[in-house]
Each structure stands twice: as structure tokens, then as C-alpha cells.
Design a protein around this ligand. Structure first.
Ligand SMILES: Cc1cc2nc3c(=O)[nH]c(=O)nc-3n(C[C@H](O)[C@H](O)[C@H](O)COP(=O)(O)O)c2cc1C
Length: 354
């Protein structure tokens, strides 16, 4: 039975309007990225991984990750850590910040994270992984989900043992990126494991890894029986890939549309992070947006050299004057920023751009 990418589905009581999920990506999944993903048809968007220790210590930058806009729901906020009680407290905080779902990272392969007992380490410590899941699931009333890799070592099948245990411990859905932690991003995602996991659990499974087109999304859904696909790198600087997956609208954006989306993204990111952080954060996005043969390479190199985001925006308008009208239309459709959900009692300064 084939499922349609534009159909709705549920994680527990939370209804998700389409079967494309925007991946959590550290250093990428800022609020502007998530809001744009929703606007282009993602049924669920996720924050990047947020440290539960950072939340516990009320670290300013960490709390900045918990800034939720009115137009990004349904939203999962992803937390990572290794201490069940600290994870439970962090989960309560992210729900207070406005998360519809609490996702837990049991897949991050980076040593800085695994050496603390978090991320992919938990694939090899099922007892702790289940205790964390139980503690978090009983701390909040929203669904709690887990994102995993296949295991730590190449060829590992640890996710197939751990997955059902996590469901018993309270996980309402599982995301599988079927590469090992050792693999990082090399090789290919082996979605035959995703199909095996789907057969083992009675909660929705989200398939993550190497989904970059509608054809691929459909074939992964069909061959695995997963409830949804997750798209990460394929959506970097390319929200049109999400629209293509969900609606089958494969029209390539015009230069004006690309420039307009990038300009809006820059403006929103500066508002979120402040000019200083945003200007270095944004540089990788210039290459992502302007690549795909959309603009000549020297133009992209020129933008990266510019010192202020204002100069970048001016240069983009000069290269694509028609973008102004599109930006005005996009801006008029944005919700009033005063609708943003602010955590009670937190100083406004934590939000960088204010
Ligand atoms: C730059 C980058 C940052 C990532 N950060 C996270 C993260 O914070 N949490 C997480 O669970 N996965 C993270 N991932 C993994 C992605 O969510 C996704 O599972 C992986 O990239 C495979 O999907 P893709 O082939 O569609 O990119 C990250 C991936 C990339 C490329």
C-alpha cells in the first residue's frame, strides 16, 4: 500500500500535516530554517540538539535555542544528555518553551558528546537509554521520541534491539538514520534496517538518510513501511526540495525567488542571533543557496567576503532586483513577532537579536 507524502499522520495526539520531516541539524536548524521548512510543506520541524546540562545551568546561548515562533508548529525540540533526572528537567523546560514533541538524541557520533555518555554512546548502553526514556516520558505530557543511528560500529544492528525497548520505555516514535556512528556521513544509509525496525515496533518510524528527492522519498516509504521521511542535507539552501517532495512540484526557483528566500533568511537570522553571530553563521548558506547553478561562482565568493549582512542583502538586490517584491510579499505573510512564545521570567538578552 503506498502512502502519499502530502497525507497527515500522527505521533501520539500530535497531528502532522505531511510525511516530510525537516531534520535536526546542529549549526543549521535555527528558527528561520524551521519556519521556512514549515512554509515549504514540512509536516514536522526539529530544533538542533540542545544540551540538557546547558538548560540545567541556564546557559544563555543554550536557552536561546528554545526560542519558538508562532508559525513553526508542529515542532520537536531535541535534547541530549546522559543523566535521566537532568534530561527530565530539560524536557519540562522545552515543553514550557512551546515544543509539541520532545525528541532525544541517541545518535550523535561526535566524541565531545559520546564521551559524556550521551548521543551514540546510548546505543551501547541500553539500560541507561531506557532509564532516560522512562524519566523523560513520565516528566512531560507531550510525546517523547528518539533519534538513533544503527549502532556505533560498522555493520551494527544495535538499533533493532534497542528500538523495541525504547518503545516499551515510553518512546512514541523512533527516527532511524541507518549509518553507524563510526561511519559519520560516509557510505550510504542502509534503509533495509529501517524496514526491519518498522516490523518490530508498533509506533511510527521516521526514515532519515540520503532522502533528497520525491522519487527517493516515495521509494523509501514504500520499501520500509516508515510513516515519514526526514530530510537534512537535501534541504540546506534548498527549501524547494521539500515542496517537490510533498507536492510533486519540481519547478526550479527563479533567481529572484532564490535571492528573496535568502534575503528573508538573512534578516530573520540576524533578528534571532544578532549581527555578529549571524554574519559568520550565514556564510555556509550563501554557497548552499547560490549553488545548484543558480548564480555564477564568483558572485557567491564575493558575498562570503562581505563584512556585514546588510552589504550581502544590498548585493543580492542589485543582482536580482525583482526579489524586492517577493520579499515584501513574504514579509507581509509572517506572523507578528510579538506572538513569539517567550519563556516566563527569562531576560530578553538571552535571545541575541532581541
Ligand atoms: C550539519 C549537520 C548537523 C546535524 N546535527 C544533528 C543534530 O543536532 N541532531 C541529530 O539528531 N542529527 C543531526 N544530524 C543528522 C541529521 O539529522 C540526519 O539524520 C543526517 O544528516 C542524515 O540525513 P540526510 O542524508 O538527509 O542529511 C546532523 C547532520 C548534519 C549534516
Amino acid at each position: 500500500m503506498s502512502v502519499e507524502l502530502h497525507e497527515s499522520w500522527r505521533i501520539g495526539p500530535v497531528e502532522l500535516p505531511t510525511r516530510v520531516v525537516l531534520a535536526p541539524m546542529a549549526g543549521v536548524s535555527v528558527q528561520a530554517f524551521r519556519r521556512q521548512g514549515r512554509r515549504f510543506g514540512a509536516g514536522l520541524v526539529c530544533s538542533e540538539m540542545v544540551s540538557c546540562a546547558g538548560i540545567e545551568h541556564r546557559n544563555e546561548r543554550t536557552l536561546g535555542y528554545l526560542r519558538v515562533a508562532a508559525d513553526e508548529h508542529p515542532l520537536a525540540i531535541q535534547i541530549f544528555g546522559s543523566e535521566p533526572s537532568v534530561m527530565a528537567e530539560a524536557a519540562r523546560m522545552v515543553v514550557a518553551a512551546g515544543a509539541d514533541i520532545v525528541d532525544m538524541n541517541f545518535g550523535c557520533p561526535v566524541r565531545k558528546v559520546t564521551k559524556t555518555g550521551a548521543g551514540a554512546h546510548l546505543l551501547e548502553d541500553p539500560d541507561l537509554a531506557c532509564r532516560i526514556t522512562e524519566a523523560v516520558a513520565s516528566a512531560v505530557s507531550v510525546p517523547v521520541t528518539v533519534k538513533m543511528r544503527r549502532g556505533v560500529e560498522d555493520g551494527s544492528r544495535a538499533c533493532l534491539v534497542l528500538g523495541p525497548q525504547l518503545v516499551d520505555a515510553g518512546a512514541a516514535a523512533l527516527t532511524l538514520h541507518p549509518r553507524s556512528a563510526k561511519q559519520m556521513y560516509t557510505g550510504v544509509a542502509d534503509h533495509s534496517l529501517t524496514a526491519e525496525l518498522v516490523d518490530l515496533v508498533d509506533v511510527p518510524v521516521i526514515a532519515s538518510g540520503d532522502v533528497t528527492s520525491r522519487a527517493r522519498a516515495q521509494s523509501v516509504l514504500e520499501s520500509t513501511g516508515a510513516a515519514a521521511v526526514m530530510v537534512g542535507r537535501g534541504a540546506q539552501g534548498n527549501p524547494w526540495a521539500i515542496r517537490e517532495m510533498v507536492l510533486g512540484d519540481g519547478a526550479q526557483p527563479t533567481r529572484e525567488e532564490v535571492a528573496a528566500e535568502l534575503i528573508l533568511f538573512i534578516q530573520e537570522t540576524v533578528r534571532e542571533l544578532g549581527e555578529r553571530r549571524a554574519s559568520s553563521f550565514l556564510k555556509k548558506f550563501y554557497a548552499w543557496y547560490l549553488g545548484h547553478g543558480r548564480f555564477p561562482k564568483p558572485f557567491k565568493n564575493e558575498l562570503v567576503q562581505l563584512s556585514s549582512t546588510e552589504d550581502v542583502v544590498t548585493r543580492l538586490y542589485a543582482a536580482a532586483p525583482g526579489a524586492a517584491e517577493i520579499v515584501a510579499r513574504l514579509e507581509s505573510d509572517l506572523p507578528d513577532p510579538s506572538e513569539e512564545y517567550l519563556l516566563e521570567g527569562m531576560p530578553i538578552s538571552i535571545y541575541g537579536g532581541g
